[in-house]
Structures are given as C-alpha cells and as structure tokens.
Design a binder for this molecule. Structure first.
Ligand code: DX5
Ligand code: ZN
Length: 215
C-alpha cells in the first residue's frame, strides 16, 4: 500500500484557505488533517467547528480531525456533523477512552487515539483491536513547525509489534516534523499515514512536496 499523506491545514494560509484546499484536492494527498486546539489541553488555539465545516464544503478527500482538546466526548457529534470522517482523541484527555472510541464508531467515523511523546505505546495494548488508527505525536502537540523527536522510530516499531501480536488492522499515523528526510524511514518502521504541515506549505511546490513524502 502506498503511504497515505495528510497535509495539515494548520500550516495553510487562512486568508487563502480555499486556494490551499484546492491545492490539496489536486494533489496526491489522501486526507485533510484538521488540527483542533482548545487552549487548555494544548497551549494554543487553532480554529473550530465553523472552519472545519467550511473546509469540508470544498474538500474532495476525507477530513482527519485531530482533537487536541479536553473533554472531546462533548464535541464528537458536532465534528462529525462538520464533516469529520476520521476522528482522533488524545489518550491523555480521555478518562473513559474505550467509551469514547465506541462513540466515535457509533457516529460512523473511523476512530483513532493520539498519544503525546511521553506516552508509552504499551498503554494501548488493551484497546488496540478497537482502533482504526493510532496517531503517534512526533512533537509536543500545540504548534506546527517543531523539530521531529527521534525516539518516534522506536515507538513506531514497538506499536507495530503490538498491532501484529493482536492481529489488528490498526494504521499508524505520524504527526509532527515530518518531511522528506524522515518519511521513508517512518514508513519502513511501520507507519502508514504521514501528517505534514510546514514541509508541505513552506515548499515552493506543495504538490511536489506531497509527492516526495508519498514515496
Ligand atoms: C501539532 C499538530 C500537527 C502539526 C504538524 O500539534 O498536531 O498536525 O500541524 O505540523 P508540522 O508538520 O509543521 O510539524
Ligand atoms: Zn495534528
């Protein structure tokens, strides 16, 4: 399977959002990665439901909505209604993660769990068969343009072993600091979905950047 690419709209030009959405539509990208930050779970505020719905109006690929928010249960249905087809919640923000994952599925969405750099992948062992994807954060969530944390490779390999051992089909997504220098090694380690913000939108030819990390 070719690597799935999810350009992060966080790095787009918000004053030219439709132009950037059309760029992704016309590229080899597979998703729109939508970063929702609440200023509480993470120390930054990005954008919310109306912007998600506006992107969805023009997007020709599924929205992968990454909820970096406390109490995500309260907003799951609203994000589904705003166009989310894939939804990830943070393990660190969920007291009843199993219930939250069931709810995402009941809403008809693909269900994912995102984990911060300090969170061990072993904490997913008892829920892995329920997950469509795991988003391993390769930076501390909250901002685009940060440096990739090298320890991520070990985590990907360890998670891949857990998935194989469980006989699950869970996909591994990597989010943060992904570029042309680490994409191939991440896929080699077991990743299937790569999120990329700065690398794509700062590139002089964003479609070419997407093509390059797709491999
Ligand atoms: C970080 C976000 C990422 C971010 C990635 O909190 O979850 O999706 O937009 O941006 P880059 O690729 O610039 O690290
Ligand atoms: Zn993200």
């Amino acid at each position: 399977m070719k690597t799935l690419i999810a350009p992060s709209v966080l790095a787009a030009d918000f004053a030219n959002l439709q132009r950037d959405v059309e760029m992704i539509n016309g590229s080899e990208a597979d998703f729109f990665h939508i970063d929702i930050m609440d200023g509480a779970f993470v120390p930054n505020i990005s954008f919310g439901l109306p912007v998600c719905a506006a992107i969805n109006k023009h997007a020709k690929k599924p929205l992968d909505v990454h909820l970096m928010i406390n109490n995500p249960d309260q907003y799951l249905e609203a994000f589904r209604d705003a166009g989310a087809e894939w939804i990830s919640v943070h393990l660190e923000a969920c007291t009843h993660l199993h219930r939250t994952i069931q709810r995402i599925k009941e809403l008809g969405c693909k269900a994912g769990v995102a984990i911060n750099p300090h969170t061990s992948v072993t904490l997913l062992e008892d829920i892995i068969t329920e997950l469509d994807y795991v988003c391993i954060m390769s930076v501390n969530p909250g901002f685009g343009g940060q440096k990739f944390i090298e320890k991520t490779y070990d985590k990907v390999r360890q998670l891949k072993a857990i998935i194989t051992e469980a006989g699950a089909n869970t996909l591994i997504e990597i989010d943060g600091g992904v570029d042309n220098s680490n994409a191939a090694a991440l896929v080699e380690a077991g990743a299937s979905i790569l999120v990329a913000g700065s690398y794509v939108f700062k590139h002089e030819d964003p479609k070419e950047a997407i093509r390059l990390i797709k491999g």
